[in-house]
Design a protein around this ligand. Structure first.
Ligand code: GDP
Ligand code: MG
Length: 454
């Protein structure tokens, strides 16, 4: 996610030697500044950052360690604007969040992603369709809500978004929802009418927080429009959407420093799991190539059912891992989002991950094929992989529309996967995982629990 910035930082750090002189340090920070600017970090932020890093490094004696420490400290400072981090619940539920932003910035999608994020953390969430501007807006939110199985408030006969917001809040209070997310209308550019409408909604429902969804592909404009929204209606946080398409990536590092409100989440894809909470310490760790184990643990613990995971682990050890378990694993992986979003969180992995980066657990054709195949098996076959024989395979091929050759290939992959999972569970932990990943990288091998062929 921060690949290119992490790369340039690593490059600069590697050039600093123990007991280097001022000139060498100067050269390093100049190079750092250049790459930060190239990544679209705001020039004021870049300047402040390198000035402070230079000062701080000198204070502690020039060397790689002191440079790294200064880098860590100053990056954290720049990323930490005053205000809340992540999602904060009000002491008097429902926590009401107003979602704002320009048209097309990703408000509706992000409303769904946030609802999904909260639902996975066992919260009762209501979303409200208060964008009555665009014809299809309500329908879009309905579809998203159905997809993630979250309740929605809408009223096809109402034309006033303020009334929708008020009625949604009443419902949320009465029916004891933990969180209410209100999706609002955007415009192509900031205009008075839009601001007035948001102001009216704000005054009527008194949201706990107002989030501004900024499209990271608009580069420096994202910072500018967020500032205007802050001045006009007051915002408590920024969510940066479409970060997956942003090859430069620097906006994420300077937006909170420039706007003066924290960056709370980043959107890293079109699908519902593609949302990352933005916690400065963790991001700095990733920027320095040190991974984010804490973030990974948080993410997986919300998704992976621990009891089930233990059962599966037991089965694997006993060699009883079957197709039902395999399907379960696949489904769990699809909730985690793309592999890309996970890799940067594991120390050292982003450098060696190569081909598995683009793995997509939800949509790849391979996974669809696997699901079709398992869907065409009888319950007995799913329980007992050893039952497979040529005539059963022929029947499954007919049922699933997948060729026998491919079925053979996938069965072999399944065998490898359970073998590797067995190895992994006996080795345990990080070492096993890294072995698995390097094997994946090296031979294009399928495998691991839910680790899949490309
Ligand atoms: N790749 C990518 N696309 C996104 C992301 N967030 C939103 N989008 C897409 O951006 C487009 C506009 O999103 P939408 O939620 O309708 O914007 P709204 O007008 O602000 O409500 C849609 O096609 C979304 O799928 C993201 O984080 N990554
Ligand atoms: Mg919308």
């Amino acid at each position: 996610m921060f690949d290119s910035i992490t790369g340039s930082i690593r490059n600069v750090v590697s050039k600093i030697r123990h007991q280097d002189d001022n000139a060498a340090l100067k050269k390093a920070v100049t190079e750092l500044k250049k790459s930060l600017l190239k990544a679209d970090i705001h020039h004021k932020t870049a300047k402040e950052l390198v000035t402070n890093i230079e000062l701080e490094t000198k204070k502690n004696g020039i060397g790689q360690d002191s440079f790294l420490n200064a880098l860590k400290q100053e990056l954290t400072t720049v990323l930490t604007a005053n205000g809340n981090q992540g999602f904060v619940f009000s002491s008097t539920p429902p926590t009401t969040i107003l979602m704002t932003g320009l048209q097309g910035s990703g408000k509706t999608t992000t409303t769904g992603k946030l609802a999904n994020y909260l639902k996975l953390r066992k919260k009762k969430v209501l979303v409200a369709a208060a964008d009555l501007q665009r014809l299809a807006a309500v329908e879009q939110l309905k579809q998203i809500a159905a997809q993630i199985d979250v309740d929605i408030y809408f009223d096809d006969n109402e034309t006033d978004p303020v009334k929708i917001a008020i009625a949604a809040q009443e419902k949320a209070k009465k029916e004891l929802y933990d969180v209410l997310l209100i999706d609002t209308a955007g415009r192509l550019a900031i205009d008075e009418e839009l601001m007035l409408q948001l102001e009216n909604i704000k005054n009527s429902v008194k949201p706990d927080e107002i989030f501004y969804v900024a499209d990271s592909l608009t580069g420096h404009d994202a910072t500018k429009t967020a500032t205007t929204f802050k001045e006009k209606i007051g915002i408590d946080g920024v969510i940066l959407s479409k970060y997956d398409g942003d090859t430069k990536g620097g906006v994420a590092l300077s937006i909170s420093h420039q706007v003066g409100v924290p960056l709370r989440f980043i959107g890293i894809g079109e699908k519902m799991p593609d949302l990352e909470v933005f916690i400065p310490d963790r991001i700095v760790s990733r920027l320095l190539g040190l991974g984010d184990i804490e973030g990974l643990a948080e993410k997986t613990s919300a998704i992976i059912d621990e009891k089930k995971a233990k059962q599966v682990a037991k089965k694997i050890k006993k060699g009883q891992f079957n197709f039902n378990d395999f399907l379960d694993q696949l489904q769990m992986m699809s909730k985690l989002g793309s592999m890309k979003s996970i890799i940067g969180m594991i120390p050292g992995l982003s450098q060696m991950a190569g081909p598995i980066k683009d793995m997509d657990f939800e949509n790849s054709d391979e996974i669809k094929r696997i699901k079709a195949i398992i869907g065409s098996m009888t319950p007995k076959e799913r329980e007992d992989p050893d039952l497979m024989n040529p005539s059963r395979k022929r029947r499954i091929a007919m049922g699933s529309g997948v060729s026998e050759v491919q079925i053979n290939k996938i069965l072999k992959q399944f065998k490898n996967a359970s073998k590797m999972a067995k190895k992994l569970s006996s080795k345990g932990g990080m070492k096993g995982l890294q072995d698995m990943m390097s094997q994946l990288k090296g031979g294009g091998m399928p495998g691991g629990m839910g680790g899949l062929p490309r």
